[in-house]
Design a protein around this ligand. Structure first.
Ligand SMILES: [Zn+2]
Ligand SMILES: [Zn+2]
Ligand SMILES: [Zn+2]
Ligand SMILES: [Zn+2]
Length: 321
């Protein structure tokens, strides 16, 4: 953590906050990035295709289910594409030269099989033929999230409760309850602006988690400070919330109002789109007061729930016939 001190005066006066709203999606099977189940495991446990077909599609080398491209030797022994790259052009079954022969008939069988989404254990009920399944999995709402911690290459993935625990325990991130905040960022040498200078605080309100990022980086030639909020959940849900950030001093202030971005959007992507409160260094030093040798910014903010209209926004209930 590059900031010398962060003083937090989170006020906890969120009347709307309702602890009962906390939705716990607990998935005991789920642990870090080792989530990916082999497809064969999923087939076995859920849809039970005719055993013979399933056995046909089992790679004799690694026993995973085979998907296109499926290879075979000149004697007809099949193997999966992953294993083919490992066996140095020898058929593992008959030791003959392997060559480059595809098994189109078996590929067709594999393509026609309906398979559950690989995130079925996280709650996804969808079942697809092979290629649709791949397309779906890239955008499946149940796919795990990447760790939202920036500034290091953290490869941990998981659902939201898992990542909240991970941020708290492994990254030692500050956790706050409530929908208002009042943070002071202090840095003794404001001349040092590196891309890596940043801070993360997690807020828990409305039964949801939000990541408040504060950081210094170089924008073109000029060093700037930026604060923005990310929602720990999908974009569609992020749109249900709004937030404001304020920074100022000496009768000037900057105010930002926005919609939190989903943590599906990387920290870098949000930063590079400038979707947040951006404070030029000169302004930041002015707000800090004193002799411009220390950066002292007080950032206050609020998170709220946007008014929901169940009829899609066009209809005010009492006025609709
Ligand atoms: Zn294999
Ligand atoms: Zn062979
Ligand atoms: Zn899915
Ligand atoms: Zn992490």
């Amino acid at each position: 953590m590059d900031f010398d001190s962060v003083e937090c005066v989170s006020s906890n006066n969120s009347i709307e906050m309702d602890e009962d709203e906390i939705i716990h999606h607990h998935h005991p099977q789920f642990a870090s990035s080792k989530l990916s189940h082999t497809n064969s495991g999923i087939v076995n446990s859920t849809i039970h295709p005719a055993t013979s077909v399933h056995e046909l599609l089992e790679c004799p080398v690694c026993t995973n289910s085979m998907y296109p491209p499926i290879h075979q030797c000149r004697n007809g022994h099949t193997l999966c594409s992953t294993c083919k790259t490992r066996v140095q052009n020898r058929c593992p079954t008959c030791r003959q030269e392997l060559g480059d022969i595809r098994c189109l008939a078996l590929e067709k069988v594999a393509e026609s099989l309906e398979l559950p989404c690989k995130y079925y254990s996280l709650g996804c009920p969808e079942i697809f033929p092979y290629y649709s399944k791949l397309k779906h999995e890239a955008i499946c709402n149940f796919r795990p999230y990447n760790c939202p911690y920036a500034g290091s290459e953290c490869s941990v993935m998981g659902d939201i409760p898992y990542l909240v625990a991970h941020l708290r325990d492994d990254h030692k991130v500050d956790m706050h309850s409530g929908c208002t905040f009042n943070h002071r960022y202090v840095k003794s040498n404001p001349r040092e602006v590196e891309n890596a200078t940043w801070m993360l605080t997690v807020f828990h309100c409305f039964g949801q988690y939000f990541c408040l990022h504060f950081e210094a980086f170089q924008l073109g030639m000029a060093p700037v400070y930026m604060a923005f909020l990310r929602f720990m959940g999908d974009e569609i849900e992020a749109k249900n919330y709004g937030y404001s950030l304020e920074v100022g001093g000496y009768n000037r202030k900057l105010i930002w109002e926005g919609t939190p971005r989903s943590i599906r959007d990387s920290h870098r992507k949000v930063r590079d789109s400038h979707d947040g409160l951006i404070i030029q260094r000169n302004m930041a030093l002015f707000f800090s007061g004193g002799d411009r040798k220390e950066l002292k910014l007080r950032v206050t903010g609020r998170i709220w729930k946007e008014q929901q209209n169940p009829d899609g926004g066009a209809c005010i209930p009492n006025l609709c016939s």
